[in-house]
Design a protein around this ligand. Structure first.
Ligand SMILES: C[S@@+](CC[C@H](N)C(=O)[O-])C[C@H]1O[C@@H](n2cnc3c(N)ncnc32)[C@H](O)[C@@H]1O
Length: 280
């Protein structure tokens, strides 16, 4: 017989030995999934005995994780701003930085309740759906070039009961987008093509379409900055997540008479990761 705490600690040790990132978080998350409880429960009730069936499931998931599969793909879900999102290998696994993108955006909006919002490059829909909860009267458009990603985003909106408020559009950036928005937000693909091969095996399990930002990583970001003014209302906000080291170049893209000077934002690691710009 083994306790939850012993099982989790054994798991953490194996994850550490295998060089897997964030071993403690992963060990706890696996136990939380297996027991259908929160991570707080796992920490608080570590002395409880775990049943054999649950121990076997924990070890099965741990084995897959040790073989380099992302946890979100193994268990089919990931948490974003306190809500659970279904995840498949056709969408990017939501990242904590993107939670920060949303949180920081709120400080840059010129109005407290934007009524028309566009989430460009929506993936799992984590941004659009989180905004549907923050802005209860807003109409939201969730756009992606991938039909598979849009299916996942729709499923997530249905699971969280906000599908009536979100319009899902399959489009290459703004091609099929109509109307004006108070707020356009995007976490686009921004990794330079050559860098993708050097990323961890787990990141390489994610769709290339969600990662590849062209030779310098800026192909899609540049297009968004160029096109966005046509789709923004006066004083409307464009909020973008960008890659490490890209801020200076991205700021240059905003040097046109349509934009007020953009502001950058740092993520929790101190990296300039966000750009916020208001249309004049
Ligand atoms: C980095 S992921 C972001 C997913 C999600 N918004 C998030 O933050 O977790 C980028 C997404 O952009 C989509 N995408 C790539 N190129 C696109 C394009 N030209 N037009 C629209 N969406 C595109 C991909 O399919 C992918 O879902």
């Amino acid at each position: 017989m083994i306790t939850i705490g012993q099982l989790v600690n054994n798991g953490i040790k194996k994850l550490e030995e295998a060089g897997i990132d964030e071993p403690a978080a992963n060990g706890e998350l696996i136990a939380a999934f297996v027991l259908n409880k929160s991570r707080t429960y796992i920490r608080a009730f570590g002395q409880n005995i775990i049943h054999e069936k649950e121990e076997a499931l924990f070890n099965k998931i741990l084995g897959e994780k040790l073989r380099g599969r992302p946890l979100a793909h193994i268990i089919g879900e990931a948490e974003f701003l306190g809500r659970l999102f279904s995840i498949s290998p056709t969408v990017l696994i939501p990242r904590p930085e993107t939670e920060e993108l949303i949180e920081q955006s709120l400080k840059h909006l010129s109005i407290s309740q934007p009524q028309n919002i566009l989430d460009l490059c929506t993936g799992s829909g984590c941004i659009a759906i989180s905004l549907a909860f923050l802005f209860k009267t807003a109409k939201i458009t969730s756009a992606d070039i991938s039909a598979e990603a849009l299916k996942v985003a729709l499923k997530n909106a249905q699971n969280l009961n906000v599908e009536q408020r979100i319009n899902f559009v399959k489009t290459d950036l703004f091609e099929q987008i109509e109307g004006k928005f108070d707020f356009i937000i995007s976490n686009p693909p921004y990794i330079p093509t050559d860098i993708i091969a050097t990323l961890s095996p787990e990141v390489k399990c994610e769709p290339n379409l969600a990662l590849d930002g062209g030779a310098d990583g800026l192909r899609i970001i540049e297009k968004i900055v160029k096109e966005a003014p046509k789709y923004l209302s006066k004083n409307g906000l464009l909020a973008l997540e960008i890659g490490h080291g890209q801020a200076q170049k991205v700021v240059e893209f905003f040097k046109s008479k349509e934009w007020l000077a953009p502001k950058t934002g740092k993520d929790i690691a101190g990296i300039e990761r966000f750009i916020f710009a208001q249309k004049k």
